[in-house]
Write a protein that binds this ligand. Structure first.
Ligand SMILES: Cc1cc2nc3c(=O)[nH]c(=O)nc-3n(C[C@H](O)[C@H](O)[C@H](O)COP(=O)(O)OP(=O)(O)OC[C@H]3O[C@@H](n4cnc5c(N)ncnc54)[C@H](O)[C@@H]3O)c2cc1C
Length: 500
């Protein structure tokens, strides 16, 4: 049987029904209602089934397709996420752990200036507390297990993400897309046919069925059946910047009170995530197979979780870290793992998928459904990938431990971008880090506050004897005022469990 486009004006075929495929299907069905959209997925191959944390972009996605938290969260065992606690990335006394909030559009004028002021004082050798934890509302909320939704009368918004079961999210998004008219075809693609122009013409399934379309979205995961396998678009590996290439995953029972944060704990040769869902913790150890093998990694994760005697099975995965040179080539756009992946430390994969699809829809519409804006699109998406890569690399470059070769090699890694070099130079040498970052257009995908949280959180300060601030009373008063401000703000937020 040959399946051809229906009576609708244009047809789009999405190859792959993982999170990326169904995010793309929902957005396209919503934004391009005149398009005929089909998703092909293979039950035999299945989905990768990891990826349980998000940035605030997931909220934007659900807002765009008109679905409220109470409609999807219970069905996906989802919880709220105020940010990430990084633990064990620094062995500097006093810097063993710090909480990192998300970026907010409006930073409150009471806490952010004081944070930067004390960073400056600490750089100059004054004995002040410049760790991010005591300056941000999200940290306060997380410490007290409070969710990110304030009472209606509260004037500040708090940026938040989510934790979710990726398998259940996929099922939920399949149903919402189908309700919007998206067709689902189950089957395994055996080969892909191209036309004389080199564009994709047809995909052929193992059962002989063939499907054609005007535009193809490659969401086939690390395989990248269309963009890399068929159109031979080059893949740029980030391996020399980011060493981790494997993960081992294990679930543990949930605890009470329910955390409102992801925990990222540095281990001997990588880091472990701990993600609270409504019914369990998702855990995983992301490591470099150049430094530790899968058996050793699983043993270390089990020891870290206190599960050495447990027979709960672990899952092992390998990761291809990097990005394609072009995300849109001819009549194909890659979304999700098929376009690239930056290891999951900042949980940015969904954000990148969302940005890719929305940007593509804009460019496609603006260009009258041609590839007029393909180059602009590719440059923009590459910039996003590289910006996130630099930020994630900075976690490794700035680590303050020297106990294993892995951490020493990361700190000494010369393969960092010119931009990241400039940011690290600015951190140590600038009179006003935030202002100079903006002036020199260095911040990329993260604002100066985020960069400052990371570097101050790990204690990247000059190693020099500290001296007392000139006016200890006013220093203490400012800190007390912030603590009181955060405590009073906190009265407007409910316990995390009460929001679910
Ligand atoms: C260890 C790890 C941790 C991660 N953590 C996070 C995180 O915290 N947050 C986050 O946002 N992301 C995270 N990710 C990334 C996240 O898992 C993916 O971005 C997300 O699941 C989307 O995957 P995908 O849809 O691109 O691919 P997949 O889930 O692999 O889906 C591929 C689809 O293509 C189909 N397919 C493939 N070949 C064929 C064929 N021949 N015929 C028919 N169908 C085919 C499959 O059946 C499947 O439906 C993590 C990834 C890893 C590896």
């Amino acid at each position: 049987m040959n399946v051809s486009p229906s009576s609708k004006q244009h047809s789009i075929l999405i190859v792959g029904g993982g999170t990326a495929g169904w995010i793309a299907a929902n957005l396209i069905a919503c934004k391009l209602p005149d398009f005929d959209v089909t998703v092909i997925e293979s039950d035999d191959i299945g989905i990768i089934g990891v990826g349980e944390g998000s940035t605030p972009h997931l909220k934007l996605f659900f807002e765009t397709i008109g679905i409220a938290d109470h409609e999807w969260m219970p069905q996906c065992n989802a919880t709220y996420k105020n940010g990430i606690t990084f633990s064990g990335w620094s062995h500097k006394p006093g810097y063993d752990s710090y909480f990192h909030p998300f970026e907010t559009q409006v930073d409150d004028p009471f806490t952010v200036p004081l944070f930067f002021k004390n960073i400056q004082a600490r750089m100059q050798g004054f004995d002040v507390d410049a760790r991010p934890d005591r300056y941000f509302l999200e940290s306060f909320l997380s410490q007290h297990h409070l969710g990110p939704l304030p009472d209606d009368s509260f004037p500040f918004g708090v940026a938040f993400g989510y934790h979710f079961d990726s398998g259940l999210l996929g099922k939920f998004l399949t149903e919402t897309a189908k309700k919007r008219g998206v067709k689902r075809v189950e089957g395994k693609i055996s080969h892909v046919l191209t036309s004389a122009s080199g564009a994709i013409h047809q995909v052929v399934l193992e059962n002989g069925e063939s499907i054609t379309a005007d535009m193809f979205i490659d969401c086939s995961g690390f395989r990248s059946l269309l963009l890399q396998d068929t159109l031979h678009v080059e893949f740029k590996s980030f391996k020399e910047n980011l060493f981790n290439d494997a993960a081992v995953v294990l679930a543990t029972p949930i605890s009470s009170p329910l955390p409102v944060e992801t925990k990222a704990t540095a281990l001997s040769n990588g880091w472990a995530w701990k993600i609270p869902l409504q019914n369990r913790f998702g855990n995983g150890y992301v490591y470099s197979s150049d430094y530790i093998n899968s058996t050793q990694a699983e043993h270390e994760l089990r020891a870290h979780l206190g599960m050495l005697d447990s027979d709960t099975e672990a899952r092992h995965l390998s990761m291809k870290v990097g990005r394609v040179e072009k995300h849109w080539h001819k009549n194909c756009v890659a979304v999700g793992l098929s376009q690239g992946f930056i290891e999951p430390l900042e949980a940015t994969a969904i954000a990148l998928s969302l940005n890719t699809v929305l940007q593509f829809i804009n460019c496609y519409q603006e260009g009258g459904f041609t590839n007029q804006y393909e180059d602009v699109f590719n440059q923009d998406i590459n910039k996003r990938f590289d910006g996130i890569r630099d930020y994630v690399v900075c976690h490794y470059k700035a680590n303050q431990r020297s106990d294993t070769e892995y951490w020493r090699d990361n700190a000494a890694n010369p393969h960092i971008s010119e931009r990241l070099k400039a940011i690290l130079h600015l951190w140590q040498n600038s009179g006003n880090f935030a202002a100079e970052m903006y002036q020199r257009n260095l911040y990329g995908s993260y604002n100066p506050k985020s960069w400052a949280c990371l570097l101050a959180g790990y204690g990247v300060f000059p190693n020099q004897p500290l001296r007392q601030v000139p006016d200890p009373k006013s220093y203490q008063l400012e800190l007390d005022n912030v603590a009181d401000f955060l405590r009073r703000c906190g009265l407007n937020f409910k316990p995390h469990s009460a929001l679910l």
